[in-house]
Design a protein around this ligand. Sequence first.
Ligand SMILES: [Zn+2]
Length: 118
Amino acid sequence: MIVDLSSYVCPNPSCEFFQRSNEGNLIVRTIFGRHEDILLLHCKACGVNFSENRDTIFFQLKTPRDKVVKVLTCLQQGEGVRATSRITGLHRDTVSHIFHLAKSENFPEVPSLLVDAS
Ligand SMILES: [Zn+2]
């Protein structure tokens, strides 16, 4: 399996490659998660292992990544929570949870993309 690692960076502040992409320091250690779709990455320079989802909205969610993206896309397009629930097949509470998580201050890049659907 060939994985494009160009969008990932080492999260270790004491690593010489901290937040630098395309340095060749990252490898895929394994793939894990309930849906076997999350990469565990390893920095060869400092030895740190980290989830590809670290510091992203996907990190604490059990919902598959593609469904979360679909929810965010629907909400971004102005669909409400109920409509998004119908479109994605996810429970209203799950959609609502993703929406509120996306609006939280933990992910400052996401809220500007969203129409207020609450
Ligand atoms: Zn590192």
